[in-house]
Design a protein around this ligand. Structure first.
Ligand code: HEM
Length: 184
């Protein structure tokens, strides 16, 4: 059965070794050595210090034209050469969530160029966006973002992150932890 729910369990064991954990905004997450990505609900894994959960969902912002360009350029997760990953859970402020859909799209793309910026890094960076808000009121983040790339593309990933962080969209981000990983 295919699932839309994914769990990210941080602890002492897991296929991904943690290289660094950097809190960019808000509360940090307990430092862990490894991460396991589980399809479905991992529950409390016996040695995990935290488990983040999110579901993939329908797109909210992309236009048909953008979607077609993304589909034409992007590649899926799990490529054998992509031995590096970034797990970046983040939360946006109440101010963001009280905006209307078209106000959010305006900030997200018209003012911040999120899709246009990201598109330049395809297909090098593979990604999956997970939503957390609809799982319940107690989720620690609004989104869990997951990216896979080769060692050689790490600098490009960092460059993209820098540009996105300087955009108006990021004024609404009030919790963000940048976790870098490598396949064990
Ligand atoms: C590989 C480059 C990237 C591409 C092509 C890309 C593309 C996209 C697209 C198309 C959406 C909109 C989905 C929708 O319509 O609902 C989106 C949303 C999002 N992206 Fe990216 N992105 C990239 C990099 C990043 C990075 C590096 C981060 C985090 C540090 C990030 C965080 C997010 C978040 C949190 C959302 C949801 C925004 C919201 O719904 O408020 N993206 N991205």
């Amino acid at each position: 059965m295919t699932t839309r729910l994914f769990s990210f369990a941080g602890g002492n064991t897991g296929r991904w070794r943690v290289q660094s954990m950097n809190t960019l905004a808000g509360e940090s997450l307990a430092v862990v050595e490894a991460l396991e990505l589980v399809e479905g609900d991992a529950g409390p894994l016996h040695d995990s210090r935290w488990v983040l959960r999110g579901i993939t969902s329908n797109e909210r912002y992309v236009t048909r034209e953008e979607k077609d360009s993304l589909v034409a350029k992007q590649q899926g997760l799990g490529r054998s050469l992509s031995r590096c990953a970034a797990l970046i859970p983040l939360r946006k402020s109440a101010g963001w969530w009280t905006l209307t859909q078209d106000e959010r799209r305006q900030i997200f793309e018209d003012h911040s160029r999120h899709i246009a910026i990201g598109m330049k890094y395809l297909p090098a960076i593979a990604r999956r966006l997970h939503h957390c808000r609809d799982l319940g009121p107690d989720e620690p983040f609004d989104f869990i973002t997951w990216f896979e790339f080769t060692e050689a593309d790490t600098a490009a990933f960092d460059e993209m992150l820098k540009v996105l962080h300087a955009s108006p969209e990021w004024r609404y981000v009030n919790r963000e932890v940048d976790i870098r990983l490598r396949l064990a």
